[in-house]
Ligand binder design. Structure first.
Ligand code: AHR
Length: 658
C-alpha cells in the first residue's frame, strides 16, 4: 500500500513537472524570443602563465629539462634547477640527449656520484643531487600529501637510493621519502610526501645516497588535492573559481597561441595527449615554455567536470600574422602550410573529432579510452583559425579545411574567424568568406574602451538573422576598474537581447599570474597562494550563473537615449525562473520601471545580487573584497520601480513556481 502510494505520488510529481514545463514553454513561446542556450562561457589561453605555473597544478618548473634560449635568452636545459652536493659530497652533473625516456623530450640529466659525505660527521644531509624551487617557490600545506614521480635509469651496476624531500628556504625538511632504482632501463618511480608544515616558498630536493651513476628525467610533483582529484590535474582553488561561474562552454587553447609564432609553433593538438613524457612541449609565443601537461585530454576533462561544452580551436593552417617578432612588433608575418601538406593536416582534424567523439574501439577513440575516458566527450563545436589576417593563402586553406570537415562531419558546428578587430579590412573580408561558405558561426574579437561598449550596445540589433551567427570569442574593455566591468555588464544585456544571432561570447583573457603577465587587462589575477577576482569577473559570473534561453522585451522601461543604463529580462525554461539584469553605468541613481505582469505564478520573494562601487574602484591583492556582489532577498511585485545605484549591476532572480 505504501509502495502504491509512493508510485502514485511519483506519477503525480511527473505529471506536475510535465505540466509545469509545458506551461513554462507555452509562456516562453508566447511572450519571449528564443535565444542561445550556450551564450556565455570562458576563453582559456595559456598566456600570463595561465597554464604552466598557473591552472596546471605541476609544482616543478622545467621538469623535463627542455627549457631553452629560444624561450628566454638566458634559459637553458638546467634553468630553475640547482646542483647540490651537501655534506662535502663529491659528484658531477651533465645534461645529455643520447638516450632519453622518449624522443619527444630529448634532454635529461646524468648524476655521477663519486662520494657521499658522512651525515653524522657533518651534522646535516649529504648526497649528490638537484633542487627545484618551482615557479617562485612551491606552496606546501601541513597535513597535505604530494605525489612525486620521476624517471630514472641506473648507469652503474648497483641500485641507487634517492632521498626526496620538500624543504623551506633555510633547508628545514617539511616532508620526506625515498625511492630506490631497480633497473638499468628507464623506469618510473613514485612516492608520496606528507607535509608537516606550511610553506609558500618550498623547494624539492632530490639526493642520490650511494656512489654510482644514474640518469633522471620528467621529475614531477603534484598536490594530491587537485580539482576533482584528477591525476595530472588542475590547481583546485583556481579551477573552482572558474567552475563557480557555470560556463556553458570553454574555448581553448587560445588565442594567438593556436596559430602560433611561425608554422613550427602552431598548436598541434595530438602533441598534447598521452603520457606526459611523450607530449611535445614547445615555446609558448607569449615568451615562456609550454609543457603541454595541460593538454587536450585535460581541457576536455575540465569541460566535462564543470558541465561546459568543449570548444577547441585549431589553426587554419596559417601562423599568426605577427610571427617572428615580439608580440605585435615587427615579425615576418603570416606563414601558410604548403597546400601539398593540407590533406595530412585535415586528417589531423578528423583525428581530433574521432578522438573526442569516436567509439573506444576506433583508432583515436582508443587513445582517449587509454587515458581513462572510454565514453565520448561529445564535441559539438570546433573553431578553425584565430583572428587571422585575411590573405588569399588563409582563404584557400580555411576553405579547404571547412569544406572537408563539413562534408565528413556535418554534425560538428564549425566556427570561422573574422580578424582581430570589430571592423576593418580583415573583419569585412572574414565576413565575406563566411557568407560565401555559409559558415554557421564566426568568431569576432575586440578589446575596446568602456565608452565604446556603451556606445555600441545596438551593434547586433541590425545583424541579419537566420544566417551566420556570431561568437564574440574575445572582448573586454581596457581595465579592471568598476567602470570597465559595468560597461561590460551593459554590453552583456545587449548580447542577451541579441541572443538569437549572438550564439556565444567569452571575455578575454581569463587568467594572469602576478608578475608574469603579458596582457594587462585580465579577468582573474593570481599568485601561488592568492586569487584576486576583478569586478569584471563578478560581472561575468553574475551573468553566467543567471543565463536564460528566452528573451523578453518591454519588461523593463528605460530612457532609450540614455546609453549609460541598460537592462535585460530572460527566462530559464529549465527552472522557470525569470531573471532581470539592470545596469547603471552612470554615477547618479537612476530609476527603471519593471512590468512583470506577463509572467504567471511569480514568487514574491526573489533574490537580488548587487554589484556596485566607485567608478575607479578595483580589487587588489591587498584588498580583494572591495568590490564584491551582495546577495539579499528582494520583494517583487507585478509592477515596480527599481532604483539603480550609480555604477551598479543588479541581477534579480524570480521563481515562477509555488
Ligand atoms: O587574449 C589575448 C590575445 O588577444 C589573444 O591571444 C589573441 O587572440 C588576441 O589578439
Amino acid at each position: 500500500m505504501i509502495k502504491e502510494n509512493k508510485k502514485l505520488s511519483l506519477i503525480a510529481l511527473a505529471v506536475i513537472s510535465l505540466f509545469f514545463s509545458i506551461s513554462v514553454n507555452a509562456q516562453a513561446i508566447k511572450g519571449g524570443k528564443k535565444i542561445s542556450s550556450d551564450l556565455l562561457g570562458l576563453f582559456f589561453e595559456d598566456i600570463n602563465y595561465s597554464a604552466d605555473g598557473g591552472l596546471y597544478a605541476e609544482l616543478v618548473q622545467n621538469r623535463s629539462f627542455e627549457y631553452n634560449p629560444t624561450e628566454q635568452k638566458e634559459w637553458h636545459s638546467f634553468s630553475f634547477w640547482e646542483y647540490i652536493a651537501p655534506g662535502y659530497s663529491i659528484g658531477r652533473i651533465s645534461v645529455e640527449t643520447k638516450a632519453p625516456v622518449h624522443i619527444n623530450n630529448p634532454h635529461y640529466i646524468v648524476l655521477d656520484v663519486e662520494h657521499v659525505g658522512h651525515e653524522a660527521k657533518y651534522k646535516g644531509e649529504s648526497g649528490v643531487g638537484i633542487k627545484n624551487s618551482g615557479f617562485d617557490g612551491m606552496v606546501i600545506r601541513a597535513g597535505e600529501k604530494y605525489n612525486f614521480s620521476l624517471f630514472a635509469q641506473q648507469l652503474s651496476k648497483a641500485s641507487i637510493e634517492l632521498s626526496i624531500s620538500l624543504q623551506d628556504t633555510k633547508g628545514k625538511v617539511l616532508a620526506e621519502s625515498s625511492v630506490k632504482t631497480t633497473s638499468n632501463k628507464w623506469e618510473k618511480y613514485t612516492t608520496t610526501l606528507l607535509a608537516s608544515a606550511n610553506c609558500d616558498t618550498a623547494s624539492l630536493v632530490i639526493l642520490a645516497k650511494n656512489n654510482g651513476k644514474l640518469a633522471l628525467d620528467m621529475i614531477s610533483l603534484f598536490p594530491e588535492k587537485t580539482f576533482k582529484n584528477r591525476t595530472n590535474g588542475l590547481r583546485a582553488d583556481l579551477a573552482q573559481i572558474l567552475a563557480d561561474m557555470q560556463p556553458k562552454f570553454i574555448r581553448f587553447p587560445g588565442g594567438c597561441l593556436v596559430h602560433g609564432d611561425g608554422l613550427g609553433n602552431m598548436y598541434r593538438w595530438q602533441n598534447t595527449i598521452g603520457p606526459i613524457e611523450q607530449r611535445i612541449g614547445q615555446r609558448n609565443l607569449w615568451g615562456y615554455h609550454q609543457t603541454a601537461g595541460l593538454g587536450y585530454f585535460e581541457y576536455f576533462q575540465f569541460c566535462e567536470d564543470v558541465g561546459a561544452k568543449p570548444l577547441p580551436v585549431v589553426p587554419a593552417a596559417v601562423s599568426c600574422q605577427n610571427s617572428g617578432g615580439t608580440w605585435r612588433i615587427g615579425g615576418t608575418g603570416q606563414k601558410a602550410l604548403p597546400t601539398i601538406e593540407i590533406d595530412e593536416y585535415i586528417q589531423e582534424i578528423f583525428d581530433l573529432i574521432e578522438w573526442a567523439n569516436g567509439p573506444e574501439n576506433s583508432e583515436w577513440g582508443a587513445k582517449r579510452a587509454a587515458a581513462g575516458h572510454p565514453a565520448p566527450f561529445n564535441l559539438e563545436y570546433l573553431g578553425v583559425g584565430n583572428e587571422d589576417k585575411m590573405t588569399p593563402e588563409f582563404e584557400e586553406r580555411f576553405s579547404m579545411i571547412y569544406k572537408a570537415v563539413k562534408e565528413k562531419h556535418p554534425e560538428i558546428i564549425l566556427i570561422g574567424t573574422v580578424g582581430p578587430f570589430h571592423s576593418g579590412e580583415d573583419f569585412d573580408k572574414g565576413w565575406e568568406i563566411a557568407n560565401d561558405l555559409e559558415v554557421p558561426i564566426v568568431d569576432e574579437h575586440y578589446y575596446v574602451q568602456p565608452e565604446w561598449l556603451l556606445a555600441n550596445q545596438n551593434r547586433y540589433d541590425t545583424y541579419k538573422r537566420n544566417t551566420t551567427e556570431v561568437y564574440l570569442g574575445e572582448y573586454a574593455s581596457w581595465g579592471n576598474k568598476m567602470r570597465n566591468a559595468i560597461a561590460e555588464a551593459a554590453y552583456l544585456t545587449a548580447l542577451e537581447r541579441n541572443g538569437d544571432v549572438v550564439k556565444m561570447a567569452s571575455y578575454a583573457p581569463l587568467l594572469a599570474k602576478k608578475g608574469f603577465t603579458q596582457w594587462n587587462t585580465d579577468m582573474v589575477f593570481f599568485d601561488n597562494v592568492n586569487i584576486n577576482l576583478t569586478p569584471n569577473y563578478y560581472v561575468q559570473k553574475m551573468f553566467m550563473t543567471n543565463q536564460g534561453d528566452y528573451y523578453f522585451d518591454k519588461v523593463v522601461t528605460k530612457d532609450a537615449k540614455d546609453s549609460t543604463i541598460a537592462a535585460s529580462c530572460v527566462l530559464d525554461s529549465k527552472t522557470g525562473d525569470v531573471i532581470l539584469k539592470l545596469v547603471n553605468a552612470g554615477t547618479e541613481f537612476k530609476t527603471m520601471k519593471v512590468d512583470l505582469s506577463q509572467f504567471k505564478s511569480l514568487q514574491t520573494n526573489a533574490v537580488l545580487n548587487l554589484l556596485t562601487g566607485k567608478a575607479d574602484a578595483e580589487n587588489t591583492f591587498e584588498n580583494t573584497q572591495l568590490i564584491i556582489p551582495l546577495k539579499t532577498e528582494f520583494k517583487v511585485k507585478k509592477k515596480f520601480d527599481y532604483e539603480l545605484p550609480g555604477m551598479s549591476l543588479s541581477v534579480i532572480r524570480i521563481k515562477t513556481t509555488k
